[in-house]
Design a protein around this ligand. Structure first.
Ligand SMILES: [Zn+2]
Length: 235
């Protein structure tokens, strides 16, 4: 594939917590950054209510937000994400934020950035309430701004390799080969140190740790009507 084909295109990822970007779709972000895509990451919260406090614990509720902001900045460096924006919402409260104001803020970002691709969580399949809430608001913002570009929902692991049990068909899934970008993904995992410290596999020698990652990351298409079979590119 021509790796310069996407140069200068823009991707906006709107997630809930520091680490969503790395743990869920870090390979894809790294791949597109290497191809010259300008990536903006929005994290609704600073993950300040995370239960993992380091191992042995060295964080508390007061220090966690700042630590996780630093970690996310470092992860963005590994992935090639150029711009990072926080919405300054308290962790675990995204679903309680006044929805209209949240949609308005995200819509303003979409208007400003004019992204070719928007990534967010599926409002039901996102799992965590913060994920579902930011996904719902981002989807509404995307619709409100005229639906230029493409919207995709991120998915966990290889669940969408067989999407039927989630009510999707293979035609509605994009599958991105991230094999060449797993070193960057691993570095981003390690940057989120307070979250990954207790996961022993993350700290194994690189060649061993890398075997834990799948070759593909999967995305559900928002516009199911234009689904034309498994695509290998989001743009
Ligand atoms: Zn999350």
């Amino acid at each position: 594939m021509n790796t310069t084909a996407n140069k200068g295109k823009r991707l906006l990822a709107v997630f809930a917590h520091p680490d969503d970007e790395s743990f869920i779709c870090g390979g894809t972000l790294a791949k597109y950054a290497r191809e010259g895509v300008e990536i903006t990451l929005v994290s609704a919260t600073r993950g300040d209510m995370g239960r993992r406090m380091g191992n042995p614990p060295y964080l508390n509720r007061e220090t966690m937000a700042a630590a996780r902001e630093i970690e996310l900045n470092e992860a963005c460096g590994h992935l090639g994400v150029k711009r990072l924006i926080f919405l300054d919402i308290r962790d675990k409260t995204v679903e309680f934020v006044e929805e209209e104001s949240l949609i308005t803020r995200i819509a303003a970002l979409i208007e400003e950035l004019q992204p070719d691709v928007v990534l967010t969580f599926h409002e039901v399949l996102g799992g965590h309430p913060d994920h579902c809430a930011i996904g719902k608001a981002t989807t509404a913002a995307f619709q409100r701004t005229g639906q230029r570009g493409s919207l995709y929902f991120i998915s966990f692991g290889d669940a969408m390799a067989r999407p039927e049990r989630f009510g999707y068909t293979l035609r509605e899934i994009a599958r991105i080969d991230v094999h060449a970008h797993l070193e960057a993904k691993l570095a981003a995992f390690r940057a989120h140190r307070c979250q990954t410290e207790i996961d022993e596999w993350v700290w194994l020698p690189d060649q061993e740790a890398l075997t834990r990652f799948g070759r593909y990351e999967y995305f559900m298409k928002w516009d199911r009507a234009v689904a034309t079979g498994v695509r290998e590119d989001l743009f």
